[in-house]
Design a binder for this molecule. Structure first.
Ligand code: BTN
Length: 259
């Protein structure tokens, strides 16, 4: 396998970058490295993936021109805390993308971890993890796909967008660099102060807070007002009955106001 030159990419020394032209899935490659003992900070980056994996077992179409990378973390926490890393990752992607977009562009976060440009999905995040026998994390693989040159036709029922279509002038390498710096800063905050500042920052960029939303769960669809994000990352939904429901997994759709 020919490996692209990674010498020119500016990333903080915390990371070790391993690059490929083509892999099946960077998440799978990262998992193999993690199982073989690779330390926290290892990034697997590929120009294209032949079997990119999305959420809920979907595939992630991965032609050349977009960013596909997977980062190995070894956080000293339990699975519930590790799951909240997805908010941090969405923030890091948002911050990295913002560097290259016109500041007027709408760049919002949708629960739990979508990054929307003008209401359209610009990236995908897939966390995979392994727990040690003592119940703490062995590793977390943070898989990130960011649409730079192209985008899939449909993702989770959301329209998608590429950075190019949004007017950004960005290369895969410069986005990887911006993402790595943004991630490291947020991860340092998370390690020092836990989830609280990440939650605040996430809420400050979130879409739909205080608005009517529907939430599609595995067995039912609920409608109500998006009341905010709990300390544990759950979405707080106030139903029309006044009941407050906490949602930890589901798909959110913002209900357009009736005119
Ligand atoms: C989603 O369905 O929204 C998540 C998509 C995650 C795709 C990324 S691309 C890099 C990494 N490798 C994979 O196979 N998947 C993730």
């Amino acid at each position: 396998m020919i490996k692209p030159d990674v010498g020119g990419i500016d990333i903080p020394p915390f990371f070790k970058l391993t690059a490929f032209d083509t892999v099946g899935s960077t998440n799978v490659e990262a998992r193999h490295l993690a199982e073989a003992g690779a330390p926290e900070g290892q990034i697997v980056w590929a120009k294209r993936q032949e079997q990119g994996v999305g959420r809920r077992g979907r595939s992630w179409v991965s032609p050349e021109g977009n960013l596909y990378c997977s980062l190995i973390l070894r956080p000293d926490c339990d699975p519930a805390a590790a799951a909240r890393l997805s908010f941090l990752v969405a923030l890091a992607i948002r911050q990295a993308i913002a560097t290259f977009l016109n500041p007027e562009t709408s760049l919002r976060l949708k629960w739990p971890n979508d990054v929307l440009i003008d209401g359209r999905k610009s990236a995908g995040i897939l966390l995979e993890s392994k727990v040690k026998p003592n119940g703490m994390m062995d590793y977390v693989i943070v898989g990130t796909g960011i649409n730079i040159a192209s985008y899939p036709q449909s993702t989770d029922g959301l329209p998608a967008i590429s950075l190019k279509e949004a007017g950004a002038k960005v290369t895969v390498e410069s986005l990887l660099s911006a993402y790595s710096y943004a991630f490291l800063e947020l991860y340092a905050t998370w390690k020092q102060y836990d989830f609280a500042p990440i939650r605040e920052l996430w809420l400050s960029h979130a879409t739909g807070v205080g608005e009517r939303i529907t939430v599609k769960l595995s067995d039912e669809t609920l409608e109500g007002t998006f009341a905010g994000l709990e300390d544990n990352g759950a979405l707080a939904l106030i139903l029309d009955t006044g009941e407050r429901k906490l949602i930890s997994a589901g798909e959110v759709f913002i209900v357009p106001p009736v005119s």
